[in-house]
Write a protein that binds this ligand. Structure first.
Ligand SMILES: NC(=O)c1ccc[n+]([C@@H]2O[C@H](COP(=O)([O-])OP(=O)(O)OC[C@H]3O[C@@H](n4cnc5c(N)ncnc54)[C@H](O)[C@@H]3O)[C@@H](O)[C@H]2O)c1
Ligand SMILES: [Zn+2]
Length: 360
């Protein structure tokens, strides 16, 4: 099998599913349009790839959606359900998602709930969705003003990764995906992080280097999602950078792409861990140049401090009051869950981080 046709099999509570690393996936998708398939496609992808997805776009049931958070909300689900029912959807049909995390989350939610569950296939088109969210079963949609608050664990039946799709992504969305790839390599350990840090620039200039790190990120993630699919234990460390990242996203009214917020969140976690005497300054200094490069342009982002702290304390991973649950590196840079007091020292360290990030 050639390098571009590798597969990865993932065990889940619904049985095994396959990830295909397949450069011919776009052509094969368009050549095999079926009457029993309902396509849910990102509007931008439909416009950019219209010439390669002509049969898909002319299929009997095509739901085109703008990839916005508003469209990923519970309020919008009736429109999607109405579209599908008016196009004759049946339980033995398949939903086919073609897009990034937003289209994935919408399709997964529909597949999980429509007629108590249908098959679905996923063609991730953003780097974040190819290197991270496409495996692991999670889906979340927004409700009211709460983001990602309603969801299920429902893996697709198959995932097709065509890195061709990445050619049209803007730099911001590429860096957002790279943030999650950096996170996964940090979880693997300092050696893996060092590898990707050394190749950081080539990620953006050499698609074969990017493809290699996408596969490696999924390979690292695989044992965690298989052993802890429902995120009750070992998988928690994938929240590294996320509590801070979500708080930065929320406090800036989502003025920063998710994976870039996570990159800043990891830098912040390393910084705070040292300040709280859990980790060492070495970890912060070792990773800071790469992390900062990945959130460059956002270091001056105005993160209003009180809303940031409020969002941090409301993070859905935090259960008790006055405590913040974080994934932090220890002295050996190993990541683990820590419950920290939301003390004055903690909030001073947070504000010191923002000053440090701005300074360089
Ligand atoms: N389910 C999960 O496990 C999981 C994990 C992480 C994030 N998410 C969710 O995913 C969403 C973010 O997803 P995302 O970062 O993948 O992007 P996205 O779906 O928000 O898309 C980002 C932008 O890229 C465009 N786009 C998509 N593919 C393109 C392509 N090939 N070329 C050019 N433009 C393209 C979209 O139209 C959009 O403008 C958030 O809602 C987040 O909550 C879900
Ligand atoms: Zn994330």
């Amino acid at each position: 099998m050639s390098e571009t046709h590798e597969t990865m099999i993932i065990q889940s509570h619904k049985g095994p599913y396959t990830v295909h690393f397949d450069e011919d996936a776009i052509a094969a998708l368009d050549a095999n349009v079926g009457d029993d398939e309902h396509y849910i496609i990102d509007n931008n992808v439909a416009a950019l790839y219209g010439d390669r997805l002509g049969n898909v776009l002319n299929a009997a049931s095509v739901l085109r959606i703008d990839a916005t958070e508003t469209n990923k909300s519970l309020d919008r689900m009736p429109d999607y359900v109405m579209h599908l029912t008016s196009h004759g959807v049946r339980r033995d049909h398949t939903l086919v998602a073609i897009g990034g995390g937003i289209i994935q989350d919408i399709t997964c939610f529909l597949a999980a709930t429509l007629m108590r569950g249908m098959d679905w296939k996923l063609y991730p088109t953003t780097l974040l969705s190819q290197a991270d969210s496409c495996i692991g079963s999670k889906s979340s949609i927004n409700a009211g003003n709460a983001k990602n608050i309603v969801g299920t664990f429902t893996p697709p039946n198959e995932v097709f990764i065509a890195t061709d799709f990445l050619a049209t992504l803007n730099e911001k969305d590429l860096r957002s995906g790279v943030g999650e790839i950096l996170k996964v390599h940090a979880i693997e350990g300092p050696g893996a992080f060092q590898d990707i840090a050394a190749d950081y620039k080539q990620l953006f200039t050499d698609s074969s280097v990017m493809a290699r790190y996408i596969r490696r990120a999924l390979t690292i993630k695989l044992p965690y999602i298989e052993s802890d699919e429902f995120d009750k234990g070992a998988r928690n460390i994938f929240n590294y950078g996320h509590s801070f990242g979500h708080a930065i996203e929320a406090a800036t009214n989502f003025g920063i792409p998710h994976g870039i917020g996570v990159t800043m969140g990891m830098d912040m976690a390393n910084f705070i861990s040292d300040k709280l005497g859990i980790g060492s300054r070495d970890t912060f200094e070792r990773m800071h140049p790469t992390l900062r490069a990945n959130y460059r342009g956002y270091e001056d982002l105005n993160v209003p401090f009180e809303p940031f702290l409020t969002a941090l304390s409301k993070d859905k991973k935090n259960t008790g009051s006055g405590k913040v649950t974080l994934i932090l590196p220890d002295q050996a840079a190993k990541l683990s869950k820590q419950v920290c007091d939301a003390s004055q020292k903690f909030s001073d360290s947070c504000s010191e981080f923002f000053e440090t990030a701005r300074a360089g």
